[in-house]
Design a protein around this ligand. Sequence first.
Ligand code: C2E
Ligand code: MG
Ligand code: MG
Length: 562
Amino acid sequence: MNDNLEKIMIDAIPDGMLLLDSRGTILRTNVALQNITGYQAHDLVGQNLDVLLPRRLHGKRPLLLARYLAAPAQRHMSRNRSRLLILDRNQAPIPIDVALNVCKLNDETCVIAFIRDLSHLKQLEKQVNYQATHDSLTGLVNRWQFIRLLNNALITPLSKQRALAVIMIDLDHFKSVNDNYGHSAGDKVLIQIANRLRAALRPNDILARLGGDEFMVLLTHLDSPTHASKITERLLGSLKAPFQYGAHELNVSASAGVSLAPHDTNDAESLMRFADISLHQAKTNGRKRRVFYSPEMSHDLHRRLRLQDRLTLALQSNTLQLHYQPQVDLATGAVVSVEALLRWTDAELGMVRPDEFIPLAESTGLIEPLGDWVLETACTQLAQWAAMGLTPRIAVNLTAHQFHHEHLVNRLNSLALRNRINPEQIELELTESSAMANPAKARDIMLRLAEHGFKLAIDDFGTGYSSLSYLQMLPIDRVKIDRSFIARLHHSEEDQNLVKGIISLIHSLRKEVVAEGIETVQQLQFLHQQGCNSYQGWYFAKALPAHDVSSLLQARTAHEIT
Ligand code: C2E
Ligand code: MG
Ligand code: MG
Protein backbone atom coordinates (compact mmCIF):
# COMPACT_ATOMS: atom_id res chain seq x y z
CA MET A 1 0.00 0.00 0.00
CA ASN A 2 1.33 3.38 -0.73
CA ASP A 3 2.49 5.34 2.29
CA ASN A 4 0.22 8.24 1.64
CA LEU A 5 -2.88 6.14 1.39
CA GLU A 6 -1.90 4.35 4.57
CA LYS A 7 -1.58 7.67 6.42
CA ILE A 8 -4.93 8.85 5.06
CA MET A 9 -6.58 5.67 6.29
CA ILE A 10 -5.00 5.77 9.74
CA ASP A 11 -5.92 9.40 10.21
CA ALA A 12 -9.48 8.63 9.17
CA ILE A 13 -9.91 6.25 12.13
CA PRO A 14 -12.29 8.00 14.52
CA ASP A 15 -10.53 6.62 17.63
CA GLY A 16 -7.06 7.59 18.71
CA MET A 17 -4.40 5.07 17.64
CA LEU A 18 -1.03 4.21 19.14
CA LEU A 19 1.48 1.74 17.74
CA LEU A 20 3.89 0.57 20.46
CA ASP A 21 6.89 -1.69 20.41
CA SER A 22 7.38 -4.30 23.09
CA ARG A 23 9.14 -1.80 25.40
CA GLY A 24 6.29 0.63 25.14
CA THR A 25 7.94 3.08 22.81
CA ILE A 26 5.46 4.95 20.69
CA LEU A 27 6.08 4.21 17.01
CA ARG A 28 3.13 5.90 15.49
CA THR A 29 -0.01 7.91 16.32
CA ASN A 30 -2.90 9.26 14.32
CA VAL A 31 -4.77 12.57 14.11
CA ALA A 32 -7.54 11.44 16.44
CA LEU A 33 -4.98 10.70 19.18
CA GLN A 34 -3.35 14.04 18.63
CA ASN A 35 -6.76 15.70 18.96
CA ILE A 36 -7.48 13.86 22.20
CA THR A 37 -4.12 14.59 23.83
CA GLY A 38 -3.17 17.91 22.28
CA TYR A 39 0.29 16.53 21.36
CA GLN A 40 1.72 16.65 17.87
CA ALA A 41 2.90 13.36 16.31
CA HIS A 42 6.55 14.37 16.74
CA ASP A 43 5.98 15.07 20.48
CA LEU A 44 5.02 11.46 20.95
CA VAL A 45 6.86 9.28 18.44
CA GLY A 46 10.00 7.90 20.04
CA GLN A 47 8.67 8.63 23.58
CA ASN A 48 7.67 5.94 26.00
CA LEU A 49 3.97 5.34 26.59
CA ASP A 50 4.54 6.66 30.12
CA VAL A 51 4.27 10.16 28.74
CA LEU A 52 0.53 9.56 28.44
CA LEU A 53 0.01 7.66 31.70
CA PRO A 54 -0.67 8.92 35.19
CA ARG A 55 2.48 8.74 37.33
CA ARG A 56 1.09 5.98 39.55
CA LEU A 57 1.10 3.62 36.52
CA HIS A 58 4.69 4.27 35.45
CA GLY A 59 6.08 1.46 37.61
CA LYS A 60 3.38 -1.01 36.59
CA ARG A 61 3.46 -0.26 32.87
CA PRO A 62 6.36 -2.62 31.85
CA LEU A 63 4.76 -5.49 33.71
CA LEU A 64 1.33 -4.92 32.21
CA LEU A 65 2.79 -4.72 28.72
CA ALA A 66 4.89 -7.83 29.21
CA ARG A 67 1.90 -9.72 30.57
CA TYR A 68 -0.18 -8.73 27.56
CA LEU A 69 2.54 -9.68 25.09
CA ALA A 70 2.99 -13.05 26.76
CA ALA A 71 -0.61 -13.92 25.89
CA PRO A 72 -1.66 -11.44 23.25
CA ALA A 73 -5.29 -11.42 22.29
CA GLN A 74 -7.67 -9.05 20.71
CA ARG A 75 -9.33 -6.88 23.30
CA HIS A 76 -12.45 -4.89 22.43
CA MET A 77 -13.69 -1.65 23.75
CA SER A 78 -15.91 -1.69 26.87
CA ARG A 79 -13.94 -4.63 28.31
CA ASN A 80 -12.44 -2.60 31.05
CA ARG A 81 -14.55 -2.09 34.10
CA SER A 82 -12.00 0.06 35.82
CA ARG A 83 -11.81 3.73 34.96
CA LEU A 84 -9.00 4.24 32.46
CA LEU A 85 -7.29 7.57 32.10
CA ILE A 86 -4.59 9.14 29.98
CA LEU A 87 -3.03 12.53 30.51
CA ASP A 88 -3.22 15.17 27.85
CA ARG A 89 -0.51 17.65 27.02
CA ASN A 90 -1.52 19.78 30.04
CA GLN A 91 -1.41 16.75 32.32
CA ALA A 92 -5.23 16.86 32.60
CA PRO A 93 -6.76 13.38 32.96
CA ILE A 94 -9.02 12.19 30.13
CA PRO A 95 -11.40 9.27 30.70
CA ILE A 96 -10.87 6.70 27.93
CA ASP A 97 -11.78 3.25 26.72
CA VAL A 98 -9.14 1.05 25.04
CA ALA A 99 -9.11 -1.74 22.44
CA LEU A 100 -5.89 -3.73 21.94
CA ASN A 101 -4.45 -5.83 19.17
CA VAL A 102 -0.98 -7.11 18.19
CA CYS A 103 0.91 -7.15 14.93
CA LYS A 104 4.35 -8.24 13.72
CA LEU A 105 6.68 -5.52 12.59
CA ASN A 106 10.19 -6.58 11.49
CA ASP A 107 9.79 -9.75 13.55
CA GLU A 108 8.93 -7.81 16.65
CA THR A 109 5.51 -8.13 18.22
CA CYS A 110 4.00 -4.71 18.50
CA VAL A 111 0.82 -3.50 20.16
CA ILE A 112 -1.84 -1.41 18.48
CA ALA A 113 -4.03 0.46 20.93
CA PHE A 114 -7.22 2.21 19.93
CA ILE A 115 -8.16 4.90 22.37
CA ARG A 116 -11.65 6.35 22.67
CA ASP A 117 -12.22 9.64 24.42
CA LEU A 118 -15.06 9.22 26.91
CA SER A 119 -15.10 12.85 28.13
CA HIS A 120 -18.43 13.59 26.46
CA LEU A 121 -19.93 10.42 27.80
CA LYS A 122 -18.66 11.18 31.30
CA GLN A 123 -20.02 14.70 31.01
CA LEU A 124 -23.38 13.34 29.96
CA GLU A 125 -23.29 10.82 32.76
CA LYS A 126 -22.60 13.66 35.18
CA GLN A 127 -25.54 15.64 33.83
CA VAL A 128 -27.88 12.67 34.05
CA ASN A 129 -26.73 11.99 37.60
CA TYR A 130 -27.18 15.59 38.52
CA GLN A 131 -30.70 15.59 37.16
CA ALA A 132 -31.53 12.40 38.97
CA THR A 133 -30.37 13.79 42.28
CA HIS A 134 -31.24 17.49 42.13
CA ASP A 135 -34.26 19.70 41.87
CA SER A 136 -34.07 21.55 38.57
CA LEU A 137 -35.64 24.79 39.82
CA THR A 138 -33.56 25.46 42.93
CA GLY A 139 -30.52 23.26 42.38
CA LEU A 140 -31.08 21.70 45.80
CA VAL A 141 -30.87 17.93 46.19
CA ASN A 142 -34.14 16.11 45.60
CA ARG A 143 -36.09 13.63 47.72
CA TRP A 144 -34.29 10.60 46.33
CA GLN A 145 -30.86 11.99 47.06
CA PHE A 146 -31.99 13.25 50.45
CA ILE A 147 -33.04 9.74 51.46
CA ARG A 148 -29.67 8.41 50.26
CA LEU A 149 -27.78 11.03 52.24
CA LEU A 150 -29.95 10.46 55.29
CA ASN A 151 -29.29 6.73 55.12
CA ASN A 152 -25.57 7.40 54.81
CA ALA A 153 -25.66 9.71 57.80
CA LEU A 154 -27.49 7.08 59.83
CA ILE A 155 -24.82 4.49 59.05
CA THR A 156 -22.15 6.72 60.58
CA PRO A 157 -22.03 5.73 64.25
CA LEU A 158 -24.34 8.08 66.08
CA SER A 159 -21.80 8.43 68.88
CA LYS A 160 -19.51 10.10 66.38
CA GLN A 161 -22.02 12.57 65.12
CA ARG A 162 -23.93 12.96 68.38
CA ALA A 163 -27.56 13.66 67.34
CA LEU A 164 -29.19 14.14 63.98
CA ALA A 165 -32.40 15.95 63.04
CA VAL A 166 -34.74 15.87 60.08
CA ILE A 167 -36.76 19.04 59.54
CA MET A 168 -39.66 19.16 57.15
CA ILE A 169 -40.65 22.65 56.07
CA ASP A 170 -43.81 23.61 54.24
CA LEU A 171 -44.70 27.13 53.16
CA ASP A 172 -48.01 28.44 54.51
CA HIS A 173 -50.61 29.26 51.86
CA PHE A 174 -48.00 29.35 49.11
CA LYS A 175 -50.69 28.46 46.62
CA SER A 176 -52.01 32.00 46.86
CA VAL A 177 -48.68 33.36 45.50
CA ASN A 178 -49.11 31.14 42.42
CA ASP A 179 -52.81 31.97 42.16
CA ASN A 180 -52.35 35.73 42.48
CA TYR A 181 -49.10 36.33 40.63
CA GLY A 182 -48.70 33.30 38.36
CA HIS A 183 -46.40 30.30 38.43
CA SER A 184 -43.33 32.11 37.22
CA ALA A 185 -43.62 34.42 40.25
CA GLY A 186 -44.05 31.36 42.43
CA ASP A 187 -40.89 29.85 40.94
CA LYS A 188 -38.85 33.00 41.46
CA VAL A 189 -39.92 33.24 45.08
CA LEU A 190 -39.13 29.55 45.62
CA ILE A 191 -35.58 30.16 44.40
CA GLN A 192 -35.20 33.08 46.81
CA ILE A 193 -36.61 30.95 49.61
CA ALA A 194 -34.16 28.13 48.83
CA ASN A 195 -31.30 30.65 48.97
CA ARG A 196 -32.39 32.06 52.30
CA LEU A 197 -32.84 28.63 53.85
CA ARG A 198 -29.42 27.58 52.56
CA ALA A 199 -27.87 30.70 54.08
CA ALA A 200 -29.46 29.94 57.45
CA LEU A 201 -27.77 26.52 57.60
CA ARG A 202 -24.28 25.36 58.51
CA PRO A 203 -22.08 24.35 55.53
CA ASN A 204 -22.50 20.60 56.08
CA ASP A 205 -26.25 20.64 56.64
CA ILE A 206 -28.29 19.27 53.77
CA LEU A 207 -31.20 21.13 52.26
CA ALA A 208 -33.51 19.38 49.82
CA ARG A 209 -36.59 20.44 47.93
CA LEU A 210 -39.11 17.63 47.92
CA GLY A 211 -41.31 19.30 45.34
CA GLY A 212 -43.94 22.05 45.38
CA ASP A 213 -43.41 24.18 48.45
CA GLU A 214 -41.90 21.45 50.61
CA PHE A 215 -38.32 21.46 51.81
CA MET A 216 -36.41 19.02 53.97
CA VAL A 217 -33.30 19.58 56.03
CA LEU A 218 -30.81 17.15 57.52
CA LEU A 219 -28.79 18.38 60.47
CA THR A 220 -25.95 16.22 61.73
CA HIS A 221 -23.53 16.66 64.63
CA LEU A 222 -26.05 18.25 66.93
CA ASP A 223 -25.19 18.78 70.58
CA SER A 224 -28.78 18.57 71.80
CA PRO A 225 -32.41 18.97 70.73
CA THR A 226 -32.05 22.65 71.69
CA HIS A 227 -29.40 22.94 69.02
CA ALA A 228 -31.88 21.60 66.41
CA SER A 229 -34.51 23.96 67.75
CA LYS A 230 -32.23 26.98 67.33
CA ILE A 231 -31.42 26.10 63.74
CA THR A 232 -35.10 25.51 62.94
CA GLU A 233 -36.00 28.91 64.40
CA ARG A 234 -33.27 30.43 62.27
CA LEU A 235 -34.67 28.73 59.16
CA LEU A 236 -38.20 29.98 59.75
CA GLY A 237 -36.88 33.40 60.77
CA SER A 238 -34.96 33.70 57.51
CA LEU A 239 -38.29 33.91 55.64
CA LYS A 240 -39.63 36.82 57.70
CA ALA A 241 -38.51 39.69 55.46
CA PRO A 242 -40.76 40.11 52.38
CA PHE A 243 -39.74 38.60 49.05
CA GLN A 244 -39.30 40.71 46.00
CA TYR A 245 -41.15 39.95 42.78
CA GLY A 246 -40.87 42.86 40.34
CA ALA A 247 -42.46 45.80 42.10
CA HIS A 248 -44.32 43.52 44.52
CA GLU A 249 -43.32 42.58 48.02
CA LEU A 250 -44.64 39.15 48.93
CA ASN A 251 -44.86 37.81 52.44
CA VAL A 252 -44.30 34.12 52.98
CA SER A 253 -44.28 32.16 56.20
CA ALA A 254 -43.55 28.51 56.84
CA SER A 255 -44.25 25.71 59.29
CA ALA A 256 -41.78 23.03 60.31
CA GLY A 257 -41.90 19.56 61.82
CA VAL A 258 -38.78 18.12 63.44
CA SER A 259 -37.78 14.56 64.31
CA LEU A 260 -34.59 13.49 66.04
CA ALA A 261 -32.25 10.50 65.89
CA PRO A 262 -31.57 8.63 68.07
CA HIS A 263 -34.23 10.29 70.28
CA ASP A 264 -37.29 9.36 68.16
CA THR A 265 -35.97 6.57 65.95
CA ASN A 266 -32.86 5.46 64.05
CA ASP A 267 -34.65 4.63 60.87
CA ALA A 268 -34.65 6.97 57.85
CA GLU A 269 -38.16 6.26 56.71
CA SER A 270 -39.62 6.78 60.20
CA LEU A 271 -37.62 9.97 60.73
CA MET A 272 -39.13 11.44 57.59
CA ARG A 273 -42.62 10.28 58.50
CA PHE A 274 -42.31 11.67 62.03
CA ALA A 275 -41.12 15.01 60.67
CA ASP A 276 -44.14 15.00 58.37
CA ILE A 277 -46.55 14.21 61.22
CA SER A 278 -45.03 17.03 63.31
CA LEU A 279 -45.32 19.40 60.38
CA HIS A 280 -48.99 18.52 60.12
CA GLN A 281 -49.33 19.30 63.81
CA ALA A 282 -47.59 22.65 63.31
CA LYS A 283 -50.11 23.50 60.60
CA THR A 284 -53.03 22.44 62.78
CA ASN A 285 -51.67 24.54 65.66
CA GLY A 286 -51.90 27.66 63.52
CA ARG A 287 -48.89 27.55 61.14
CA LYS A 288 -45.81 29.84 61.28
CA ARG A 289 -44.28 27.57 63.90
CA ARG A 290 -42.17 24.50 64.46
CA VAL A 291 -43.24 21.37 66.28
CA PHE A 292 -41.03 18.54 67.53
CA TYR A 293 -42.28 15.01 67.14
CA SER A 294 -43.85 13.19 70.06
CA PRO A 295 -45.31 9.67 69.98
CA GLU A 296 -48.83 10.92 70.86
CA MET A 297 -48.89 12.64 67.48
CA SER A 298 -48.84 9.29 65.76
CA HIS A 299 -51.92 8.31 67.72
CA ASP A 300 -53.65 11.56 66.78
CA LEU A 301 -52.75 11.02 63.16
CA HIS A 302 -53.97 7.46 63.29
CA ARG A 303 -57.29 8.67 64.69
CA ARG A 304 -57.55 11.36 62.03
CA LEU A 305 -56.93 8.92 59.22
CA ARG A 306 -59.49 6.53 60.62
CA LEU A 307 -62.03 9.29 61.05
CA GLN A 308 -61.40 10.39 57.50
CA ASP A 309 -62.01 6.88 56.16
CA ARG A 310 -65.10 6.32 58.26
CA LEU A 311 -66.54 9.74 57.44
CA THR A 312 -66.10 9.11 53.72
CA LEU A 313 -67.92 5.84 54.20
CA ALA A 314 -70.69 7.49 56.25
CA LEU A 315 -71.22 9.98 53.44
CA GLN A 316 -71.37 7.24 50.82
CA SER A 317 -73.71 5.05 52.83
CA ASN A 318 -75.84 8.01 53.91
CA THR A 319 -75.64 7.21 57.61
CA LEU A 320 -75.15 10.78 58.80
CA GLN A 321 -78.06 12.52 60.44
CA LEU A 322 -79.16 16.08 60.69
CA HIS A 323 -80.76 17.12 63.96
CA TYR A 324 -82.49 20.40 64.64
CA GLN A 325 -82.18 22.52 67.75
CA PRO A 326 -85.14 24.85 68.30
CA GLN A 327 -84.56 28.57 68.62
CA VAL A 328 -87.18 30.27 70.75
CA ASP A 329 -88.42 33.80 70.24
CA LEU A 330 -88.15 35.51 73.65
CA ALA A 331 -91.03 37.89 72.99
CA THR A 332 -93.59 35.24 71.99
CA GLY A 333 -92.15 32.01 73.38
CA ALA A 334 -92.67 30.42 69.96
CA VAL A 335 -90.19 28.23 68.10
CA VAL A 336 -89.47 30.38 65.08
CA SER A 337 -86.47 28.63 63.76
CA VAL A 338 -84.14 25.67 64.20
CA GLU A 339 -80.39 25.19 63.84
CA ALA A 340 -79.35 22.20 61.77
CA LEU A 341 -76.59 20.26 63.56
CA LEU A 342 -74.84 17.22 62.18
CA ARG A 343 -74.93 13.99 64.14
CA TRP A 344 -72.72 11.02 63.38
CA THR A 345 -72.75 7.70 65.17
CA ASP A 346 -70.27 5.39 63.54
CA ALA A 347 -70.54 1.60 63.81
CA GLU A 348 -66.88 1.33 64.83
CA LEU A 349 -66.01 4.66 66.41
CA GLY A 350 -69.27 5.33 68.22
CA MET A 351 -70.59 8.86 68.45
CA VAL A 352 -68.22 11.43 66.99
CA ARG A 353 -68.73 15.09 67.85
CA PRO A 354 -68.99 17.70 65.10
CA ASP A 355 -66.26 19.66 66.89
CA GLU A 356 -63.93 16.82 65.94
CA PHE A 357 -65.09 15.82 62.48
CA ILE A 358 -66.02 19.23 61.02
CA PRO A 359 -62.48 20.66 61.30
CA LEU A 360 -61.17 17.39 59.87
CA ALA A 361 -63.60 17.59 56.96
CA GLU A 362 -62.58 21.22 56.46
CA SER A 363 -58.89 20.38 56.23
CA THR A 364 -59.30 17.35 53.99
CA GLY A 365 -61.78 18.73 51.49
CA LEU A 366 -64.52 16.34 52.68
CA ILE A 367 -66.44 19.43 53.78
CA GLU A 368 -67.63 19.94 50.20
CA PRO A 369 -69.72 16.77 49.86
CA LEU A 370 -70.56 16.93 53.58
CA GLY A 371 -71.74 20.54 53.49
CA ASP A 372 -73.67 19.85 50.34
CA TRP A 373 -75.43 16.93 51.98
CA VAL A 374 -76.38 19.17 54.92
CA LEU A 375 -77.82 21.86 52.64
CA GLU A 376 -79.73 19.32 50.59
CA THR A 377 -81.10 17.53 53.66
CA ALA A 378 -82.11 20.79 55.35
CA CYS A 379 -83.93 21.97 52.21
CA THR A 380 -85.72 18.66 51.78
CA GLN A 381 -86.77 18.92 55.41
CA LEU A 382 -88.13 22.43 54.86
CA ALA A 383 -90.21 21.08 51.96
CA GLN A 384 -91.57 18.29 54.17
CA TRP A 385 -92.48 20.73 56.91
CA ALA A 386 -94.10 23.00 54.34
CA ALA A 387 -96.29 20.08 53.31
CA MET A 388 -97.39 19.94 56.97
CA GLY A 389 -98.13 23.65 56.95
CA LEU A 390 -94.97 24.51 58.92
CA THR A 391 -92.61 27.20 57.74
CA PRO A 392 -89.73 27.56 60.21
CA ARG A 393 -86.38 29.03 59.31
CA ILE A 394 -83.42 26.63 59.29
CA ALA A 395 -80.02 27.93 60.30
CA VAL A 396 -77.20 26.05 58.59
CA ASN A 397 -73.56 26.32 59.68
CA LEU A 398 -71.01 27.08 56.98
CA THR A 399 -67.26 26.68 57.32
CA ALA A 400 -64.88 29.20 55.73
CA HIS A 401 -64.27 26.84 52.83
CA GLN A 402 -67.98 26.37 52.14
CA PHE A 403 -68.63 30.08 52.44
CA HIS A 404 -65.95 30.92 49.89
CA HIS A 405 -66.97 28.19 47.45
CA GLU A 406 -67.67 29.73 44.07
CA HIS A 407 -70.90 27.79 43.54
CA LEU A 408 -72.45 28.48 46.95
CA VAL A 409 -75.00 31.05 45.76
CA ASN A 410 -76.02 29.04 42.70
CA ARG A 411 -76.31 25.86 44.70
CA LEU A 412 -78.51 27.53 47.33
CA ASN A 413 -80.69 29.11 44.67
CA SER A 414 -81.28 25.86 42.84
CA LEU A 415 -82.03 24.01 46.09
CA ALA A 416 -84.52 26.68 47.14
CA LEU A 417 -86.16 26.60 43.72
CA ARG A 418 -86.36 22.83 43.51
CA ASN A 419 -87.88 22.52 46.99
CA ARG A 420 -90.10 25.58 46.57
CA ILE A 421 -88.60 27.27 49.57
CA ASN A 422 -88.57 30.96 50.27
CA PRO A 423 -84.81 31.80 50.55
CA GLU A 424 -85.68 33.76 53.70
CA GLN A 425 -86.25 30.41 55.38
CA ILE A 426 -82.56 29.63 55.08
CA GLU A 427 -80.12 31.32 57.43
CA LEU A 428 -76.41 30.82 56.98
CA GLU A 429 -74.25 30.89 60.10
CA LEU A 430 -70.69 32.09 59.70
CA THR A 431 -68.03 32.53 62.31
CA GLU A 432 -66.27 35.84 62.73
CA SER A 433 -63.03 34.36 61.53
CA SER A 434 -64.41 33.21 58.18
CA ALA A 435 -66.08 36.60 57.74
CA MET A 436 -62.97 38.57 58.70
CA ALA A 437 -60.23 36.62 56.92
CA ASN A 438 -60.77 38.60 53.74
CA PRO A 439 -63.31 41.28 54.68
CA ALA A 440 -63.87 42.75 51.23
CA LYS A 441 -64.44 39.37 49.62
CA ALA A 442 -66.63 38.19 52.50
CA ARG A 443 -68.77 41.31 52.13
CA ASP A 444 -69.26 40.66 48.41
CA ILE A 445 -70.37 37.11 49.01
CA MET A 446 -72.73 38.20 51.80
CA LEU A 447 -74.23 40.92 49.63
CA ARG A 448 -74.94 38.41 46.88
CA LEU A 449 -76.53 36.00 49.34
CA ALA A 450 -78.62 38.77 50.88
CA GLU A 451 -79.67 39.97 47.41
CA HIS A 452 -81.19 36.56 46.80
CA GLY A 453 -83.05 36.72 50.09
CA PHE A 454 -80.94 34.38 52.23
CA LYS A 455 -80.48 35.33 55.88
CA LEU A 456 -77.11 35.67 57.52
CA ALA A 457 -75.94 35.24 61.09
CA ILE A 458 -72.59 35.56 62.85
CA ASP A 459 -72.03 32.47 64.99
CA ASP A 460 -70.00 32.17 68.22
CA PHE A 461 -69.75 35.93 68.52
CA GLY A 462 -67.03 37.05 70.91
CA THR A 463 -64.70 34.08 70.43
CA GLY A 464 -62.70 35.40 67.52
CA TYR A 465 -61.27 38.59 66.27
CA SER A 466 -64.06 40.95 65.38
CA SER A 467 -64.23 44.46 64.16
CA LEU A 468 -67.46 46.12 65.16
CA SER A 469 -67.27 48.86 62.57
CA TYR A 470 -66.87 46.17 59.99
CA LEU A 471 -69.77 44.17 61.41
CA GLN A 472 -71.92 47.22 60.80
CA MET A 473 -71.11 47.17 57.10
CA LEU A 474 -72.18 43.56 56.62
CA PRO A 475 -75.70 42.58 55.62
CA ILE A 476 -76.04 40.42 58.74
CA ASP A 477 -79.44 39.80 60.27
CA ARG A 478 -78.50 38.22 63.55
CA VAL A 479 -75.56 37.82 65.86
CA LYS A 480 -75.30 34.75 68.09
CA ILE A 481 -73.54 35.34 71.41
CA ASP A 482 -71.24 32.43 72.12
CA ARG A 483 -72.32 30.09 74.86
CA SER A 484 -69.10 30.65 76.82
CA PHE A 485 -70.41 34.13 77.77
CA ILE A 486 -73.74 32.65 78.84
CA ALA A 487 -72.01 29.98 80.93
CA ARG A 488 -70.15 32.71 82.88
CA LEU A 489 -73.26 34.77 83.62
CA HIS A 490 -73.66 33.53 87.16
CA HIS A 491 -69.94 34.02 87.96
CA SER A 492 -69.88 37.74 88.54
CA GLU A 493 -71.54 41.03 87.91
CA GLU A 494 -68.68 41.85 85.59
CA ASP A 495 -69.63 38.95 83.29
CA GLN A 496 -73.24 40.08 83.36
CA ASN A 497 -72.21 43.60 82.42
CA LEU A 498 -70.17 42.24 79.56
CA VAL A 499 -73.16 40.38 78.10
CA LYS A 500 -75.35 43.44 78.70
CA GLY A 501 -72.83 45.52 76.78
CA ILE A 502 -72.65 43.07 73.89
CA ILE A 503 -76.41 42.94 73.54
CA SER A 504 -76.86 46.71 73.49
CA LEU A 505 -73.99 47.06 71.10
CA ILE A 506 -75.45 44.56 68.63
CA HIS A 507 -78.80 46.27 68.93
CA SER A 508 -77.18 49.59 68.21
CA LEU A 509 -75.98 48.07 64.92
CA ARG A 510 -79.63 47.17 64.32
CA LYS A 511 -79.07 43.43 64.33
CA GLU A 512 -80.97 40.83 66.28
CA VAL A 513 -79.31 38.98 69.17
CA VAL A 514 -79.52 35.22 69.65
CA ALA A 515 -78.13 33.69 72.85
CA GLU A 516 -76.60 30.21 72.60
CA GLY A 517 -76.32 27.57 75.29
CA ILE A 518 -79.10 28.56 77.69
CA GLU A 519 -79.19 25.85 80.32
CA THR A 520 -80.93 27.50 83.29
CA VAL A 521 -83.99 29.56 83.97
CA GLN A 522 -81.76 32.24 85.57
CA GLN A 523 -79.83 32.66 82.36
CA LEU A 524 -83.08 32.86 80.43
CA GLN A 525 -84.52 35.51 82.73
CA PHE A 526 -81.39 37.62 82.56
CA LEU A 527 -81.37 37.56 78.75
CA HIS A 528 -85.06 38.31 78.61
CA GLN A 529 -84.49 41.40 80.76
CA GLN A 530 -81.70 42.57 78.48
CA GLY A 531 -83.96 42.46 75.45
CA CYS A 532 -82.25 39.52 73.78
CA ASN A 533 -84.39 38.50 70.77
CA SER A 534 -84.19 34.73 70.84
CA TYR A 535 -82.29 31.85 72.38
CA GLN A 536 -81.42 28.21 71.97
CA GLY A 537 -80.15 25.81 74.59
CA TRP A 538 -80.73 22.66 76.53
CA TYR A 539 -83.07 24.53 78.86
CA PHE A 540 -85.64 24.36 76.08
CA ALA A 541 -84.40 21.45 73.95
CA LYS A 542 -81.31 19.76 72.63
CA ALA A 543 -80.87 19.19 68.91
CA LEU A 544 -83.57 16.63 67.99
CA PRO A 545 -84.48 14.44 65.02
CA ALA A 546 -86.84 16.14 62.57
CA HIS A 547 -90.02 14.34 63.64
CA ASP A 548 -89.50 15.36 67.29
CA VAL A 549 -89.12 18.97 66.22
CA SER A 550 -92.31 18.82 64.14
CA SER A 551 -94.47 18.70 67.25
CA LEU A 552 -92.63 21.67 68.77
CA LEU A 553 -93.23 23.61 65.58
CA GLN A 554 -96.88 22.61 65.56
CA ALA A 555 -97.15 23.84 69.13
CA ARG A 556 -95.78 27.10 67.85
CA THR A 557 -98.61 27.33 65.32
CA ALA A 558 -101.09 26.46 68.02
CA HIS A 559 -99.55 29.14 70.22
CA GLU A 560 -99.86 31.74 67.48
CA ILE A 561 -103.47 30.89 66.73
CA THR A 562 -104.58 31.10 70.35
P1 C2E B 1 -72.44 25.85 66.84
O1 C2E B 1 -72.87 26.22 65.47
O2 C2E B 1 -72.06 26.96 67.75
O3 C2E B 1 -73.58 24.99 67.44
C1 C2E B 1 -74.02 25.06 68.74
C2 C2E B 1 -73.42 23.98 69.55
O4 C2E B 1 -73.77 24.17 70.91
C3 C2E B 1 -73.94 22.61 69.17
O5 C2E B 1 -72.89 21.68 69.38
C4 C2E B 1 -75.03 22.39 70.18
O6 C2E B 1 -75.35 21.03 70.39
C5 C2E B 1 -74.41 23.00 71.39
N1 C2E B 1 -75.42 23.42 72.37
C6 C2E B 1 -76.66 23.86 72.12
N2 C2E B 1 -77.29 24.18 73.26
C7 C2E B 1 -76.41 23.94 74.26
C8 C2E B 1 -76.47 24.08 75.69
O7 C2E B 1 -77.43 24.51 76.27
N3 C2E B 1 -75.36 23.75 76.40
C9 C2E B 1 -74.25 23.29 75.80
N4 C2E B 1 -73.22 22.99 76.58
N5 C2E B 1 -74.15 23.14 74.46
C10 C2E B 1 -75.24 23.46 73.70
P2 C2E B 1 -72.57 20.56 68.36
O8 C2E B 1 -73.82 20.02 67.75
O9 C2E B 1 -71.63 19.63 69.03
O10 C2E B 1 -71.82 21.32 67.21
C11 C2E B 1 -70.60 21.90 67.44
C12 C2E B 1 -70.20 22.76 66.30
O11 C2E B 1 -69.97 21.98 65.12
C13 C2E B 1 -71.26 23.76 65.90
O12 C2E B 1 -71.19 24.86 66.76
C14 C2E B 1 -70.87 24.07 64.50
O13 C2E B 1 -69.84 25.02 64.48
C15 C2E B 1 -70.32 22.76 64.02
N6 C2E B 1 -71.35 22.08 63.22
C16 C2E B 1 -72.36 21.27 63.61
N7 C2E B 1 -73.07 20.87 62.55
C17 C2E B 1 -72.52 21.44 61.45
C18 C2E B 1 -72.80 21.42 60.06
O14 C2E B 1 -73.79 20.82 59.58
N8 C2E B 1 -71.99 22.12 59.23
C19 C2E B 1 -70.95 22.84 59.71
N9 C2E B 1 -70.21 23.51 58.84
N10 C2E B 1 -70.65 22.89 61.02
C20 C2E B 1 -71.43 22.20 61.88
MG1 MG C 1 -74.03 27.42 64.71
MG1 MG D 1 -72.37 28.74 67.97
